[in-house]
Design a protein around this ligand. Structure first.
Ligand SMILES: Nc1ncnc2c1ncn2[C@@H]1O[C@H](COP(=O)(O)OP(=O)(O)O)[C@@H](O)[C@H]1O
Ligand SMILES: [Mg+2]
Length: 358
């Protein structure tokens, strides 16, 4: 048997260049993708993680990896879509996804590909569905038609061996039951309701807060809550995902909330990190931008305080620190260093700003 050109670990190592933390999720996804590509069945994956924890980044990097490997492009037909698109189905259930897979197959395989080759590529595609939590079947007690339509559309694809689909004017039966689906969403209220159950101790022993000391020396109480320890399938039903839909996912992967250390790494390490981009901006003016350890810790600390924003908070914090310098890069200077003092000033500026508005 010809050996497959890469192993799950290779995907993992590549993804680590853009994704900080989330190792369990990366491992699980890497294995599922390799299984799928070598023709074994790999169960669909549902990824749950708070906003700004890296869901979209993860999907995008994996998509990028698979579409850039010259040795697998011939059979890795990968698309990434927003779940909302499925709620706009006018052509009939599932056609939006098949249409995208088909267009992608054409692009990968070229104009000379036969209908059979194209269909084979579509039938073995990998589909990332982002923001799947937006297609709830009900929202605050009312049925949500768009969500119901979208979940049905996906279900049709996930279990159907015979979806009618038009290929260049000719009708074909597509077996979409082997397509690999990886769906991701924040499921915000789900998080809250499970947390409530865990803290008041309904059905479970109530959680006790633990005392943590942050790297900046601040002491606070935190609940050692990890969604994955308490999540049950019923929680997803209650949230508005239908049992039929949820049962189509073989595994549920819960991403970790990012801590200060991870936020600091996200700020500087990845190829397209906020700080690298900022350095590039200043290089245009012949300025070498540097940051002190203390400044980095303070930025990560401030971002970590802003609950529910995850790594998205970094951008806001840093914008406040750097905006004056961006507007007026220090004339004649060759090195500019962002230090802790600058960060603290920016943070307290924001706090006074909001206090003043109230
Ligand atoms: N684990 C992570 N590793 C690297 N960058 C991350 C991570 N989580 C979030 N980010 C950064 O934060 C921003 C939002 O992340 P995103 O993946 O879109 O979050 P979401 O989980 O809401 O989809 C992006 O700019 C991304 O670069
Ligand atoms: Mg996202």
């Amino acid at each position: 048997m010809e050996s497959f050109p890469f192993r799950p670990r290779d995907i993992h190592d590549e993804l680590k260049k853009t994704v900080v933390g989330q190792d369990d999720a990366i491992r699980e996804l890497s294995v599922a993708v390799v299984k799928h590509l070598v023709g074994h069945s790999a169960g669909n994956i549902l990824m749950i993680g708070n906003s700004g924890s890296g869901k979209t980044t993860l999907m995008r990097s994996l998509e990028g990896f698979l579409s850039s490997r010259y040795d697998t492009t011939a059979y890795a037909n990968v698309i990434r879509i927003n779940a909302n698109v499925l709620a706009e189905e006018r052509q009939g259930y599932g056609k939006a996804v098949l249409g995208r897979l088909f267009a992608n197959a054409k692009q990968i395989l070229g104009a000379s590909a036969s209908a059979e080759q194209l269909i084979h590529s579509v039938e073995h595609g990998i589909v990332f569905i982002d923001e799947v939590d937006k297609i709830r079947a009900h929202v605050s007690g009312e049925p949500n038609v768009r969500g119901i339509v979208a979940q049905e559309a996906l279900l049709t694809l996930m279990e159907n061996e015979n979806v009618e689909f038009d290929v260049d004017g000719r009708n074909h039966a597509i077996n979409s039951s082997h397509v690999l689906f990886v769906a991701g969403g924040a499921f915000e209220e789900l998080y809250d309701s499970v947390l409530r159950r865990a803290t008041i101790g309904q059905d479970v022993a109530p959680m006790r807060p633990i005392v943590v000391v942050s790297s900046s020396g601040e002491v606070r109480e935190e609940l050692p809550f990890h969604l994955r320890d308490y999540l049950r399938y019923e929680d997803l039903f209650k949230y508005g995902m239908t049992p039929q839909f949820v049962s189509r996912f073989e595994s549920i992967v819960v991403l970790n909330d990012l801590g200060e250390g991870e936020l600091a790494r996200i700020f500087v390490e990845p190829e397209k990190s906020i700080f690298r981009a900022s350095r590039e901006y200043f290089q245009r003016f012949g300025i070498d931008l540097q940051i002190t350890r203390g400044a980095l810790v303070a930025i990560a600390w401030d971002a970590a305080r802003q609950k529910r924003l995850g790594a998205r908070a970094l951008r806001d914090t840093y914008r406040r620190v750097i905006r004056n310098l961006e507007f007026d890069p220090a004339e004649g200077q060759t090195v500019v260093t962002v230090d802790e003092e600058m960060v603290k000033r920016a943070i307290s500026g924001r706090e006074q700003g909001t206090a003043g508005k109230r």
